[in-house]
Design a protein around this ligand. Structure first.
Ligand SMILES: [Zn+2]
Length: 361
């Protein structure tokens, strides 16, 4: 039975478990420290890397956790448990784990960065005009309601449902969670500048993966897909070599959106997997997102909006905020041991498959 002790209750505990597991597995460690920010207990924040295998390997299989802060508790446990499993690597292959890619959000148990930025919309070119999201402009005044009780939540969903009826599922997803660059106090805000976590990630990838010729990056998330299951989100175009590699290693479900609980996925801008490939122009890259399912889509939409309320309005009503916070945390980091065991069993399998897959390239 998979070992649920890999899961942590705080960022500091998760980091400690990760670093111990990495050390015991014989991995080399590198860290990028956040220069200004700290966790809620004053703890320093880091993007940590564990490099297992030769640092100059031609093939590198990389796994990232915590792009969306709080989702990192699940990803960190998956990384930690895999390292504890005494992994043996194929020849000329290394495994690199990037731990807490948005450490501020991880430590503060929220999806976003210290500037309320969704890191997975932040990798855009800020020297160019930023992507417009007219649908979000229309929705924002409703989403940014000052109160968060069942009545106001119902009113928000009535507006969202009417909007979706009018524009269709795809335009709704684009508006709601495709990302927006106009409202710093909104949801899925892509930022007005690169976040520290953005520049640290780029530097880490360039420094530690820049010499490999074949690189795979698997970014771990929670919140899309069925309870106790996982889904793959592959954004490589139909017919591309990268998409075919994903299909060969993880099966048809890696590319056919099997189990995805969104009626239509948004077109995302500025994602971390795009940045990963950009930083390594000379390598053949395969990038894939794995999401562990938690609650149904509507509950996750509710959680996204609750996060905004907590951040910008919650201080005025601390008793209610504590209740909303518990609900929010459970949506991205379920405590159910069965769910946690499922994460470890499944992640061990798909990481193993990825390592085997890349070693055959
Ligand atoms: Zn996520």
């Amino acid at each position: 039975m998979a070992e649920v002790s890999a899961f942590a209750g705080s960022y500091a505990e998760a980091r400690d478990k990760f670093l111990r597991a990495a050390r015991r597995a014989g991995a080399k460690h590198a860290a990028f420290r956040h220069p200004h920010e700290r966790g809620p207990a004053g703890e320093p924040l880091y993007l940590d890397l564990a490099v297992l295998g030769p640092g100059d390997a031609a093939r590198i299989f990389a796994v990232g956790s915590g792009t969306h802060g709080i989702e990192g508790y699940c990803g960190s446990a998956a990384q930690c448990a895999w390292l504890r499993g005494r992994p043996r690597l194929p020849k000329d292959t290394a495994v690199v784990f990037l731990h807490a890619q948005n450490p501020w959000g991880f430590a503060h148990k929220t999806r976003t960065t210290e500037e309320n930025v969704d890191l997975n919309r932040n990798f855009v070119d800020f020297s160019h005009p930023l992507p417009a999201n007219p649908g979000y402009l229309e929705l924002h005044p409703h989403i940014a309601a000052p109160s968060w009780d069942e009545q106001s939540i119902e009113a928000i969903f009535a507006t969202l449902d009417a909007f979706r009826e009018r524009v269709g599922e795809k335009a709704f997803s684009d508006a709601f969670n495709g990302g927006q660059y106009t409202h710093p106090d909104g949801i899925f805000f892509g930022g007005a500048r690169p976040q520290w976590a953005n520049t640290a990630f780029r530097a880490a990838v360039e420094t530690h993966l820049g010499r490999a010729r074949q690189v795979t990056y698997l970014d771990l998330h929670t919140g899309i897909g069925p309870w106790c299951g996982h889904v793959y989100l592959c954004f490589h175009p139909e017919g591309s070599a990268a998409r075919e590699r994903a299909r060969a290693w993880w099966g048809a479900r890696a590319v056919n959106l099997e189990g995805v609980t969104h009626a239509k996925l948004a077109t995302y801008n500025g994602t971390i997997i795009d940045a990963f490939a950009e930083v390594l122009p000379a390598a053949e890259t395969t990038c894939i997102v794995v999401e562990f399912g938690t609650l149904p889509r509507r509950e996750m939409q509710r959680a996204s909006m609750a996060q905004r309320w907590l951040r910008f309005e919650g201080a005025r009503d601390p008793v209610h905020a504590a209740r909303v916070r518990r609900e929010y945390e459970a949506a991205f980091y379920p405590a159910d041991p069965q769910w946690r065991r499922a994460v470890l069993e499944q992640s061990r399998d798909f990481i193993d498959r990825g390592v085997r897959g890349i070693s055959s390239c």
